[in-house]
Design a protein around this ligand. Structure first.
Ligand SMILES: [Cu+2]
Length: 142
């Protein structure tokens, strides 16, 4: 054997050894099941939206002695005020009632005698007929 043959044989042997090692130690290329797992799905617990029950205050309103009765209506802020007017007591100019601070102007008739709006600001607010008669006060507390 000459030197070249020895080198060649060693080279081939080394190549075969490395190839065999590569085949034997090659890690599987398939991803493991763990790697395939998708990220955890979002929690099934739906965040329940709290149902806010709007509070409603119903007031029976009449005209007595030239004034709206009750003369003072008190509600807490955010309350839906429902005024059921006794149309039989409403006459003349007082048939129309205004809550100017809430943009309400309503002509009461027997068939249409309900006023509804949300008292959404705190304070004392006058209500009256369009000429300012029969003044009452709507008090909205915090
Ligand atoms: Cu009037």
């Amino acid at each position: 054997m000459n030197k070249l043959e020895v080198i060649g044989i060693l080279a081939i042997a080394a190549f075969l050894t490395l190839a065999a090692l590569a085949v034997m130690t090659k890690p599987p290329s398939i991803p493991s099941p763990v790697e395939l797992q998708s990220t955890p799905s979002p929690s099934a617990q739906a965040t329940a939206t709290p149902v806010v029950q709007e509070s409603v205050k119903t007031v029976q309103l009449a005209v007595k002695g030239g004034y709206y009765e009750p003369r003072t209506i008190t509600v807490s802020n955010g309350t839906r005020l429902r005024i059921e007017a006794d149309a039989s007591t409403f006459g003349g100019c007082m048939t129309t009632i205004l809550f100017p601070d809430f943009g309400v102007s309503k002509r009461i008739t027997p068939a249409d005698n309900v006023i509804e709006f949300v008292a959404d600001k705190v304070g004392s607010f006058l209500f009256s007929c369009p000429m300012g008669m029969g003044q009452g006060t709507l008090v909205v507390t915090p």
